[in-house]
Ligand binder design. Structure first.
Ligand SMILES: [Zn+2]
Length: 448
């Protein structure tokens, strides 16, 4: 193979066809070929012998809140992307809210891109936001390269990113459908939330859980399906927690509605039953639910009703995680831990690394239209993660690259140690040490 610079050899290479012994040839930052395990390195190529460590596609995390600029003390581009690199995530898409400004106009997008440009250790793109007053900005944002638009149906938690009421949701969805864009939705119905008891002042997780009932997700998803079907729009349900909504999604897809859905590591690995009193590092919206619901989410993944597993990394400073489930900031910090967290639970349920790669790399790449990312296949970027699947470690929040050492995974022992991460054929992290930033900013529709 002329031009091959690098040959990575492993007994466990995870390709879209499954896991097998192979050697991955890399040329000019892209995967040139997947060769037999015993293929000789081409002249001039460096051989990296991985033994029984697995080689997976770099993860594509399409749900990350970086908060920079404006709330960079919660998380910044440098810290988030360093954590991503150390955790095996090679591409991430930043959510449009919790930074100031939010990504709701092309000018705001330019501000975000300027801050991110020199700081990013992995490849990075942006979602836009659909808020009540910016319908006229959606097409310009689309043309400026955002990957789609996020909206809320209920309050977002920050004043500068208001939710859409029914009329504005329909208007935004119609506008986005007009240029065949993608609307991604935080789907909790505000009326259902309003009729549930508020958890104000409570240290009990049960009170918080009761305030965000499954019916809120179920009703919101039903409403989205009806609207998407009527408008022919493409919609994606963010961070689905309530498994009762899965049959709705499956039926809608079977009927031709263009709807997809994701869930998150915390919904798949943590349960309501185990959240200690006052432990608001477990607070997020929608909430972590009971073990029986978690079993049903795994079933939804197994049959493909859920397309992706992405982090919803939404950190804050420690002082905002006060032991009051009403007042504490909602968000779970997990960007660096998604791969081992999901793998630990997946292996216990009989899933393979190829399943994890499909949920955490191929699926999210397909959602965002990142056709150069998310798989070990010829022509794709050589974004790769080396994982020792059998090794274990105990999560020490202070040892993570996240800006704030707060995470619901603290003290857990997880399977799967990320040994190295490669970005476009370049080693960007090894045993937790991260190289100088070489990430690129990604634009929808353009190759890297
Ligand atoms: Zn989020």
């Amino acid at each position: 193979m002329s031009g091959t610079e690098l040959l990575l050899r492993s007994t466990r290479v995870v390709t879209p066809e499954g896991e097998r012994p192979a050697a991955v040839a890399v040329a000019a930052g892209r995967i040139a070929a997947v060769l037999p395990h015993d293929a000789a390195p081409p002249a001039g190529a460096r051989l990296v012998e991985l033994g029984t460590d697995a080689l997976l596609p770099g993860l594509v995390d399409t749900h990350v809140h970086i908060n920079d600029p404006g709330r960079a003390e919660w998380e910044g581009f440098a810290t988030a992307t360093r954590a991503a690199a150390a955790g095996g995530v090679t591409t991430l898409l930043d959510m449009p809210l919790n930074s100031v400004p939010p990504t709701t106009t092309p000018e705001h997008l330019a501000v975000k891109r300027a801050v991110a440009r020199a700081a990013s250790h992995v490849d990075l793109g942006f979602w836009g936001g659909a808020v009540p007053d910016n319908t006229a900005e959606l097409r310009p944002l689309h043309e400026a390269g955002v990957f789609g638009f996020k909206c809320f149906l209920s309050p977002s938690g920050v004043d500068e990113f208001p939710e859409l009421d029914a009329d504005r949701l329909a208007a935004a969805m119609a506008e986005i459908a007009a240029f065949d864009g993608l609307l991604i939705v935080h789907a909790e119905d505000p009326a259902r939330l309003a009729e549930a008891p508020a958890p104000d002042g409570s240290r009990a997780y049960a009170d918080f859980l009761a305030s965000r009932p499954p019916a809120a997700e179920h009703d919101a998803v039903r409403r989205l399906i009806a609207l998407a079907g009527r408008l022919g729009a493409r919609v994606h349900v963010l961070h689905l927690s309530a498994a009762t909504a899965l049959p709705l999604i499956a039926e809608a897809r079977a009927a031709g509605v263009r709807i997809s859905a994701e869930t998150c590591p915390h919904f798949l690995t943590l349960t309501a039953e185990e959240v200690p009193d006052g432990a608001t590092e477990f607070k997020c919206c929608p909430p972590i639910r009971e073990a029986a619901n978690q079993d049903a989410l795994w079933a939804g993944l197994a049959v493909g009703t859920l397309d992706c597993v992405v982090s919803d990394h939404s950190p804050c400073t420690a002082d905002l995680k006060i032991p009051d489930f009403g007042a504490a900031w909602g968000g779970i910090s997990s960007l660096q831990l998604g791969l081992p967290a999901v793998w630990t639970a997946a292996r216990a349920r009989g899933h393979r690394l190829a399943d994890v790669a499909r949920w955490m790399a191929t699926g999210p790449a397909a959602l965002a239209g990142l056709d150069r990312k998310g798989a070990i296949a010829p022509g794709r970027d050589a974004d790769l993660v080396v994982l020792d699947p059998e090794a274990t470690f105990t999560v020490d929040p202070a040892a993570l690259h996240h800006r704030n050492p707060v995470t619901a995974y603290a003290g857990r022992t997880l399977h799967g140690v990320v040994r190295a991460t490669w970005l476009r054929g370049r080693l960007v992290a090894e045993d937790g040490r991260v190289a100088e930033p070489t990430g690129r900013l990604l634009t929808r529709g353009l190759t890297t």
